[in-house]
Design a protein around this ligand. Structure first.
Ligand code: GLA
Length: 375
């Protein structure tokens, strides 16, 4: 990837820049919990966005996207916002840094990535984190790593129309090889959790059904949660119990009730999974993953037919845990599967999915890797 990027950098701008990269992410459990002040359990993966970047002593940013095969130029003032979606991520990062007092100038960049787009692996967070990390390093701004993640999150909110939580950018920036991270999204305290389940593999099965979080469905879920929290009288749903939810049943819509029921259940499941992991009890971890899947499908309604099919098939194949991962509306399932069942599961998933939907799912074994870095 480096060679390809450099070719384009040299062709467009001449000479050499510095390489930076940031990762896509998985999440073991804790979905749609981040913006509810609750817990998530993500890790960075060995798929990243990588950029070669150099200051250009002007007030213009000039960027080449290899994957989209486009060149964009923009200034650093609010009215300079580019119209291309991918370039808005980079523009947003620049603006969010400036809003925080960072004095930066123009730069040239070429970038590419191998985080599959629309698969729920946070390619956009990887893009934001790569540029936030690089800009901070190039202008020696001394921004805390956690703040770099917030810069990516604010970019989504203010320039891309997605009121996302902090999980994706957090994982992309802070990830550590071999470790998952449990983040408390209310206090923002987190701990690294070495994750190497003996006798099991973690694998993603990508339905290749594309999801698009921008627009209403994601933000609608968040609004539902906020309405119920306000009705109960708590800041976040994380602070509400099932009893408190039941007590307001007549005051909220049935749809909002279902959304909140899922979130309150999911908060407990993350805690249960942590306790089970400490005991090496992967059967419980897996059972909770299935519960999450069906909660996301039936109560939160962010699954789709193809992903429900994959979860049902995984169960039939004896897979320990399987669930839709990420925001939903397509993308991947994450599967915890015993070594000895792995090959048979993958073969069946490919064949039976293909027979029903006319294409094979993509398979990605998970390798938990480092987050944002210079390379
Ligand atoms: C998307 C968002 C995250 C999180 C997940 C669902 O990936 O960007 O903040 O809410 O969906 O867990």
């Amino acid at each position: 990837m480096k060679t390809r990027i450099h070719e384009q950098f040299e062709k467009n701008f001449g000479g050499n820049g510095t390489f930076y990269a940031s990762a896509g992410r998985i999440n073991l459990i804790g979905e749609h919990t981040d913006y509810n002040g609750s817990f998530v359990f993500p890790g960075a993966i060995d798929k990243c966005i990588m950029a070669e970047i150099r200051k250009n002593d002007s007030d213009k940013v000039r960027v080449v996207s290899l994957d989209i095969n486009e060149y964009v130029e923009f200034g650093l003032k609010e009215e300079d916002a580019p119209s291309q979606d991918w370039a808005r991520y980079i523009f947003g990062v620049c603006r969010e840094i400036q809003k925080r007092g960072g004095v930066i100038g123009g730069f040239d960049a070429a970038f590419a990535g191998n985080v599959p787009l629309g698969a729920g692996l946070s390619s956009s967070a990887a893009l934001e984190s790569t540029f936030a990390f690089a800009i901070d390093a190039m202008w020696q701004l001394g921004i805390e790593k956690f703040e770099l993640a917030r810069i990516g999150q604010s970019t989504e909110h203010n320039y891309c129309g997605v009121k996302c939580g902090i999980m994706d950018q957090f994982a992309s920036v802070m990830g550590k090889k071999g470790s998952l991270m449990r983040l408390d999204c209310k206090t923002m305290e987190f701990e690294y959790f070495p994750f190497k389940p003996e006798g099991y593999k973690l694998v993603l099965v990508d339905s290749r059904v594309k999801h698009q979080l921008s627009g209403s469905p994601y933000n609608d879920r968040r609004n539902s949660c906020e309405r119920v929290a306000a009705t109960i009288g708590v800041e976040f749903l994380r602070d509400a119990s099932m009893e408190q939810l039941q007590a307001v049943k007549d005051k909220v819509s049935q749809e909002d009730y279902m959304r909140a029921e899922y979130v309150i259940g999911e908060t407990q499941r993350v805690l249960d999974v942590c306790a089970a992991l400490e005991k090496g009890d992967y059967e419980t971890v897996g059972a909770k993953m299935y519960e999450t899947h069906w909660g996301m499908s039936k109560l939160y309604e962010v699954s789709c037919e193809e992903l429900d099919f994959l979860a049902t098939l995984a169960k039939e194949c004896g897979v320990t845990g399987c669930r839709i991962m990420g925001g939903g509306f397509g993308g991947c399932t994450i599967n915890l599967v015993k070594d000895e069942l792995y090959d048979a599961f993958i073969a069946r998933a490919k064949a039976e999915f293909n027979a029903k939907y006319g294409h094979e799912p993509q398979i990605y074994p998970v390798v938990i890797s480092d987050g944002a870095h210079k390379c």
